[in-house]
Ligand binder design. Structure first.
Ligand code: IPM
Ligand code: MG
Length: 373
């Protein structure tokens, strides 16, 4: 029987509350599905960790770069605090792991679940169930650029926005595969008509990189006849996602658009606290919530751990695909179902969903639902 090594990292703010809940769920799912998971950590890291350690080291001493490659996959809570913005040692920022481990697919589902009040009039569970598929290694995020200074004054800042053929091709293929499989969704296909659909969203009339993105999608389109392909300007998509969210299934977009649209999608699913995600490559994967460290509510034990729990579940599904291990895929399905049960019953709700339960109570309820299924 395969055993898997999974590294848990905490982070900042509410990470201290939500990561332990995900660990709890992982332990429960291990028992339920007879898995053999070796949990490494959870270790502290993040902006506060750096500051408390005089900024002399990046990751905590236990977390070597090799460890990130040695484990089967890893997960982290949100990282960053406003007071340390721009003060962190760049090479250590977790976001750089997306490039370092070539995690080109940022998979961010947006599903309105039963028991959660949506923010769009008349839209209920089942109406919203799409994936924002964000390219994760190119575009504005390559951080190739610089500053031009004259007489000590910064006069100009340059960021280069890059798209490559390889980068476009692999993320668009991933989009088609997601549309075909229905993975990470409540149901395969678009809620409106059940069709698997890939929406390619970018600004090709203006940006050369986006034009390449679209051109490569057009090249690939004939290879996926079962999936309906459509093209949408990214600005228009932000309108249509709200006006007819039920039309969408998988929406693939360049990196920075995906960053923005996945926060908007957090709202469409009723709370950012529900927004799980994975950063997935072919060989490596790490899970993290779409949202940040929420310092405004941190320390009060009221944050919603669902985003972290779902992220970890998605990570298990990725690992199941990679290793051809169905038990891991079943583990994801049970986590997803347990979250659905707790949300649907509305007996235990964190304040973001209108309740007054704590993070720990919510995590306990998910574990109870998981074990009783
Ligand atoms: C996200 C975050 C990150 C990003 C930040 C923390 C650098 O907003 O994962 O969406 O911009 O990708
Ligand atoms: Mg973001």
């Amino acid at each position: 029987m395969n055993s898997y090594k999974i590294l848990a990292l905490i982070g900042d703010g509410i990470a201290y509350e939500i990561v332990p809940e995900a660990v709890k769920v992982l332990t429960a799912v291990e028992k339920k599905h007879g898995l053999d998971l070796e949990l490494v950590g959870p270790y502290e890291f993040g902006a506060k960790y750096y500051a408390d350690h005089d900024m002399k080291q990046g990751w905590s001493p236990e977390i070597t770069r090799e460890l990130l490659y040695e484990v089967d996959c890893w997960f982290k809570g949100p990282v960053g605090l406003p007071e340390y913005l721009g003060k962190l040692p760049g090479p250590y920022l977790p976001i750089n792991q997306r490039l370092d481990q070539d995690l080109y697919a940022n998979i961010r589902p947006c599903r309105l679940r039963e028991g959660v009040d949506g923010v769009l009039k008349g839209r209920t569970a089942g109406d919203i169930d799409f994936i924002v598929l964000r390219e994760n290694t190119e575009h504005m995020y390559v951080r190739v650029g610089g500053l031009f200074s004259r007489a000590g004054t910064t006069e100009l800042a340059v960021d280069n926005y890059i798209q490559t053929r390889k980068g476009c091709e692999r993320i668009i293929r991933r989009g088609y595969e997601l549309a075909l499989s229905g993975a990470y969704k409540g149901k395969r296909g678009s809620p409106r008509d059940g069709k698997p659909r890939l929406t390619v969203a970018a600004k090709w009339g203006i940006c050369k990189g986006d034009a390449l993105f679209k051109a490569i999608a057009e090249e690939l389109e004939p290879s996926y006849p079962e999936v309906e392909t459509e093209y949408s300007w990214i600005d228009a998509w932000s309108y249509w996602a709200i006006m007819r969210p039920d039309h969408y299934d998988v929406v693939v977009m360049p990196n920075q658009y995906g960053d923005i649209m996945s926060d908007m999608s957090g709202a469409l699913q009723g709370s950012m606290g529900l927004a799980g995600s994975i950063n997935a490559g072919d060989d490596y994967c790490y899970a993290e919530p779409t949202h940040g460290s929420a310092p405004d509510i941190a320390g009060r034990g009221v944050s919603n751990p669902t985003s972290m729990i779902l992220s970890v579940g998605m990570m298990l599904n990725w690992l199941g695909d990679k290793n051809g291990d169905k038990r891991l895929k079943d583990a994801w399905m049970s986590i997803d179902a347990a979250v659905n049960t707790v949300l649907r019953e509305q007996k235990v709700r964190t304040p973001d969903l209108g309740g007054s339960n704590s993070t720990v109570e919510f995590g306990d309820a998910v574990v109870a639902a998981l074990l009783s299924e």
